[in-house]
Design a protein around this ligand. Structure first.
Ligand code: SAH
Length: 258
């Protein structure tokens, strides 16, 4: 039996990493090489080199459930399907949509061979770029209110900052959501010291990468767009200034008893 026949009717959910092909794991590369059909948001699919005979199903970013159902339907028809996301597919990305579609979909989809392949999420790539800001407890929050009420975002930001977590903010801004990040800084300035480090990391690991280390007091919301991850240090996070180079940022692993 050929490998293709053995793997027919499979669906693999793949994280492509933050952008640099060197941050695509060998496991993800092997799964991409085995696929007959690739499904994902157009700009992510564009990162996968075309191969003869492989069908690219590019979709809009807002139709995750439709895309997941399409992927499951193709897999059920015997195709070797790969659903691709940037970073890690399980972090604010397609893997949840696939399982939601299975949860509410055809009973036969539960018998499919579904595999999730981890990727390097933006928060890991950004943290590595600046030092070790995630060395102690941290919290990842998406600022998008497309899928949850903004009040929930505010409650979570307030609770997480008050509890001393370093914050990794995904989806801080887009053309359709320009004000959320400014509101977030205003809220956090009432909880954290103005000296708390803030990192704006845009397009990390890509050619147009820009990383800026500033403070909560000086953080300018205009520095964030849809390709930016914003990291906000806790009161324990430290900045090591370096003459002529951008500073290192780290959070010590040990904190004193309260
Ligand atoms: N699954 C992805 C996250 C998708 S949500 C992951 O695990 O990384 C999209 C958000 O991810 C963006 O708004 C941005 O906040 C962040 N992001 C993705 N790639 C990035 C990169 N190369 N540099 C900085 N932030 C990135």
């Amino acid at each position: 039996m050929s490998a293709a026949i053995m793997r027919a009717g499979s669906l693999t959910i793949i994280g492509l990493g933050p952008g640099d092909p060197a941050m695509l794991t060998p496991q993800a590369a092997a799964a991409l090489a085995a696929a007959t059909d690739l499904i994902g948001y157009g700009p992510y699919l564009a990162r996968v080199p075309a191969r003869p005979g492989v069908v690219h199903h590019a979709t809009d970013n807002r139709v995750e459930l439709d895309r997941a159902r399409h992927a499951l339907t193709l897999a059920a028809a015997g195709r070797i399907v790969a659903v691709v996301s940037s970073g890690d597919a399980g972090v604010f990305a397609m893997a949840s949509a696939v399982f939601e579609a299975i949860d509410h979909g055809a009973a036969s989809w539960r018998a499919l061979d579904v595999t999730v392949i981890p990727g390097i999420s933006a928060l890991l790539a950004v943290a590595a770029r600046v030092g070790a800001p995630l060395g102690h407890d941290f919290c990842a929050i998406s600022l998008s209110d497309n899928l949850k009420p903004w009040e929930v975002v505010e409650q979570r930001l307030t609770a997480a900052a008050g509890a001393g977590f370093v914050l990794a903010l995904y989806n801080p801004a887009s053309r359709a959501r320009p004000w959320q990040i400014g509101r977030c800084f205003a809220l956090l300035r009432a909880i954290l010291p103005g000296s708390a480090p803030v990192i704006f990391a845009t397009a990390v690991s890509r050619l147009d990468e820009v990383v800026t280390v500033t403070t909560l007091a000086e953080a300018d919301p205009a520095m964030a767009d849809m390709r930016t991850l914003v990291l906000i240090g806790s009161a324990a996070t430290r900045v090591i200034a370096r003459p002529g180079s951008s500073p290192w940022v780290y959070t010590p692993r040990r904190i004193a008893a309260a």
